[in-house]
Write a protein that binds this ligand. Structure first.
Ligand code: HPA
Length: 257
């Protein structure tokens, strides 16, 4: 079993969850251009983990610049049987607080202009996307969170509204997203989730809530608010993924090669 992890903002400490990290390949290049970085690989009791920092190493690719096609393609090429992604998000729903974790069950795509498909001109193919996230991985992540005592801070479902960025939203845009049913807002779940579906890679994610969305907090969104929440959420994310790797991941099937 090889688990790919695509780490979002602030996820550098995730490298603690494996040992003897080494480059998984010698080049980040793919038929779709370069991936964000050369993924690193480490061995755990559950198998291998591949870690790819979505924003590059050091971080340099903003959400609208990330080469999502190359990142997902490289994960597949390097043998990932499943992918877990992490995303920093803002909270729209009132019951979600800073530093909480959330395992989204649905996504609404508000992005535009991103290279969002592997379907080439001349080819006609429509991939079912009714359930964007893999149910087995989601259950594994939720039971891992419950197993390491995060229950009060872990939301078992939610609708991720993915915006283009890199600017944050207006208060009116957040009001509209709330009317649409969005629970959290972020900039990176799409087209990543859809590309994993196109390549048939079981994929799910964990959101780290780093701020109250625009118009939902006491004033403007500040870097200080985001950093404080991220620092705390990333510790919980590390425990959740550790538990996931030592238990739930064993229930995921190896993909046929
Ligand atoms: N909006 C969009 N993306 C985000 C936010 C936000 O408030 N916080 C973290 N990523």
């Amino acid at each position: 079993m090889t688990l790919g992890i695509i780490g979002g903002t602030g996820s550098q400490p995730l490298a603690r969850i494996g040992q003897d990290w080494r480059p998984a390949t010698d080049s980040a290049s793919t038929p779709y251009g370069p991936a964000s970085a050369v993924p690193e690989v480490a061995s755990t009791d559950a198998g291998e983990i591949l870690l790819l920092p979505r924003h590059g190493k050091p971080p340099g690719f903003a959400p609208h610049i990330v080469n999502y096609r190359a990142n997902i393609w490289l994960m597949k090429e390097l043998g990932a049987d499943a992918v877990v992604a992490t995303y920093a998000v803002g909270a729209i729903a009132p019951n979600i607080r800073n530093a909480d974790l959330l395992v989204p069950h649905q996504v609404i795509d508000y992005t535009w202009g991103r290279r969002h498909t592997y379907v080439e001109p001349g080819e006609i193919r429509h991939v079912d996307f009714t359930e964007p996230f893999d149910g087995r991985i989601r259950s594994g992540l939720i039971s891992a969170g419950e197993g390491c005592d995060l229950t009060g801070r872990l939301h078992r479902s939610g609708i991720y509204g993915c915006v283009q960025g890199p600017r944050l939203e207006t208060a009116a845009e957040i009001d509209r997203m709330e009317r649409d049913g969005c629970t959290v807002v972020g900039m990176t779940a799409m087209p990543e989730t859809a590309l994993a579906k196109e390549l048939g890679i079981p994929y799910a994610g964990v959101c780290l809530v780093v701020n109250a969305a625009a118009g939902r907090g006491d004033g403007p969104i500040t870097g200080a608010e985001i950093e404080a929440a991220l620092k705390s959420a990333v510790v919980d994310l590390g425990s959740l993924l550790d538990t996931f790797l030592s238990s739930a991941v064993k229930a995921l099937p190896d993909s046929p090669r």
